[in-house]
Design a protein. Structure first.
Length: 114
């Protein structure tokens, strides 16, 4: 069983920055991809950014140039550096891991005030 623990959410003013972190733990899993999704009230969950363990990245168009995803293979962690935050970035952010099946964290709330 894999567990994902997120940290780093909070309240920030528009234009500010936050850094989200996610640590994977467990036994007997091989990470293929980790990433971040978000879900705002009344909206569907959407991909924010993901990174393969080989280092390839994908970003939602809405965050390109503002967010950067990175991973530490040795620690099984993935971070999301979020800069120039906008009120529309407000959402619950969920860590995701693909290791032959999907694993999800419990989510961390990011609130961007205008």
């Amino acid at each position: 069983q894999v567990q994902l623990v997120e940290s780093g959410g909070g309240l920030v003013q528009a234009g500010g920055s936050l850094r989200l972190s996610c640590a994977a733990s467990g036994r007997g899993f091989i990470i293929n991809t980790m990433g971040w999704y978000r879900q705002a009230p009344g909206k569907e969950r959407e991909l924010v950014a993901r990174i393969t363990w080989g280092g390839s990245t994908n970003y939602a168009d809405s965050v390109k140039g503002r967010f950067t995803i990175s991973r530490d293979s040795a620690k099984s962690t993935v971070d999301l550096q979020m800069n120039s935050l906008k009120p529309e970035d407000t959402a619950n952010y969920y860590c995701h891991l693909w290791a032959g099946r999907n694993y999800w964290g419990k989510g961390t709330l990011v609130t961007v005030s205008s």
